[in-house]
Design a protein around this ligand. Sequence first.
Ligand SMILES: [Mn+2]
Length: 273
Amino acid sequence: MSAEFPVRRYRAVFISDIHLGTRGCQAELLLDFIRHVECERLYLVGDIIDGWKLKGGWFWPQTHNDVLQKILRLARKGVEVIYVPGNHDEVARDYCGVHFGGVVVARDAVHEAADGKRYLVLHGDEFDGVTRNARWLAFLGDWAYRTVLALNTVFNHARRRLGFGYWSLSAYLKVKVKNALQFIEDFEAAVADEARRRGVDGVICGHIHKAEIRDIQGIVYLNDGDWVESCTALVEHFDGALEILEWAKLRSWSVIDRLRAREATDTPEPAAA
Ligand SMILES: [Mn+2]
């Protein structure tokens, strides 16, 4: 189907903040990612299904179902799938230690990389002061956040006409708002502290929708980003090196257009698939 874009192989893949069940979820791009990436171990680092939204109103197109089906199929075919629930799918936290369809549910995990380095894997909401302080998540709120995402689509149409690449408005706002910056810094420091306390080399998390790899006082802080706006994944190469993939940037506009058009019309999968 897309022979010009070869399958990439990794030792491990980390994805989070997919938010299936919401309109913001970029399921088609994620399906495209799953089609073009192979790995031995897949970590689902929380907020895979957005339980809060599902309570409010049903939004469950075929593509969202396809994401779950594809992940379960990977598990059946021998990929080790570890699911660490987040705050939006916290109901799954009641099932920690349970195996279903080849998927293991865990409150957190320690991933040992090929180079022997050990990484604590957790979603990260435990270290989010949002309920205690009016930080950017609470400040923006669900409604405002979705509005920014909708604006982002319009904005990128304009950018594209002017010949610029994809650019995330909400990501920009998050970085520009001073409070947001402070929030992100506090979050990253708190998560790194936990890794230090647990005696590991680094920490891999999600939750704040900001992909990152950086050193925080000797601890490697890694965030795999999200599939609502930035469409990012964290991957481990076979030598243990870790890298952030920005899928929307790796794929051309023509492919993204086709995928988004499919998302809009929710075309059923061909019978052969
Ligand atoms: Mn979260």
